[in-house]
Design a protein around this ligand. Structure first.
Ligand SMILES: Nc1ncnc2c1ncn2[C@@H]1O[C@H](COP(=O)(O)OP(=O)(O)OP(=O)(O)O)[C@@H](O)[C@H]1O
Ligand SMILES: [Mg+2]
Length: 308
């Protein structure tokens, strides 16, 4: 818990808390009020004005919010006549970690795939870092580069080395020279603790290690957002921890993340917010302790009673 608080404070410090560290305007008002009172201006008025200014500064501090990284408005998706996403609205702030929970078939994967434009929703607007994209846009490939995604099944190319897998997108999509790509690939593999396996093949490493390579592959594209769809659910239990550790590290570094997972320990420790999806709708959301210990919606309660 301490880790999370620190993380949050760090993030706020980096973006939102600037005005709170800038008491200068307040001091200037005080100096002015003394100076001007000696010139005969009513000190009560000055103090009143000072109070208003102070309140204004406080308010500005609160208003100076962390910018929104992902904004989803009225997202709806049908498969044939089956409406699987029903008017989803969701904002995720820069550096925020949102964990998505919900029953099988509730639409969690579809939601992530729509955010990444792997699936086309029929209705809605998605913005990433202020760039608004209609689901009907023709420039979806551009936004897809901003959004990294890690799946339950890591889908590494079996005939390519670990490094080959990580640099594939850099060379083919970003047009990077192989030298430059390998340099970045090394950094990414190092980040997930897999650098020493760079020259081996996927079949020679464990599932957990493959998943860490898949994370490195996504990170190599320098996405602004990372989406994780049950990244540990296909892993043997003893391999889950290392993958979660990599994800925790990413969160701590300030990556904006949406994570579909039923790893409740991870959600409690790392998530800023948990959202519960039921039949294609976000029906409850809140801080992890609120959702896990004090959910209000009967459907959330019922779901949690089965998995906690
Ligand atoms: N390609 C598809 N064609 C038709 N229906 C689909 C397709 N993909 C998903 N669906 C349906 O959409 C609904 C939502 O599926 P989705 O995979 O998003 O659920 P989920 O919450 O991720 O479930 P799980 O926890 O099992 O992964 C389900 O009813 C599913 O059957
Ligand atoms: Mg799914």
């Amino acid at each position: 818990m301490v880790e999370i608080n620190d993380k949050y404070i760090e993030k706020k410090g980096a973006t939102g808390s600037k005005t709170k560290e800038e008491p200068a305007p307040k001091n200037i008002v005080v100096a002015n009020s003394i100076e001007e009172s000696s010139e005969g201006i009513d000190i009560a008025d000055r103090l009143k004005e000072e109070k208003i200014l102070e309140a204004d500064i406080e308010k500005k501090g609160d208003d100076l919010e962390i910018p929104i990284m992902i904004q989803i408005k009225n997202l709806s998706k049908w498969y044939g006549k089956h409406k699987v996403l029903k008017n989803i609205n969701l904002s995720v702030k820069t550096g925020e970690v949102v964990v998505v929970i919900g029953a099988s078939g509730s639409g969690k994967s579809t939601m992530l795939r729509c955010i990444n434009f792997l699936e086309k929703a029929q209705k809605g607007i998605i913005s990433i870092d202020g760039k608004e994209i209609s689901v009907k846009s023709k420039k979806l490939h551009l936004i897809r580069q901003e959004v990294g995604m890690v799946f339950q099944h890591f889908n590494l190319f079996p005939h390519r080395t670990i490094m080959g897998n990580v640099i594939e997108g850099l060379v083919k999509v970003k047009g990077m020279s192989s030298h430059e790509a390998i340099e970045r690939g090394k950094k990414m593999l190092d980040k997930v603790g897999m650098l020493e396996k760079a020259d081996t093949y996927p079949s020679m490493i464990s599932g957990g290690q493959q998943q860490r390579v898949a994370i490195a592959r996504a990170l190599a594209m320098e996405p602004k957002v990372m989406l994780f769809d049950e990244p540990t659910s296909a892993l043997d239990p003893e391999l889950v921890g290392d993958v979660l550790l990599v994800m925790k590290k990413l969160a701590k570094e300030g990556m904006t993340m949406i994570v579909v997972t039923h790893e409740m320990g991870f959600a409690r420790e790392v998530a800023d917010r948990v959202i519960f999806v039921d039949e294609g709708e976000v029906i409850e959301e809140g801080a992890p302790n609120i959702i896990f210990d004090n959910a209000q919606n009967p459907r959330t309660k019922e779901f949690l009673s089965k998995i906690l």
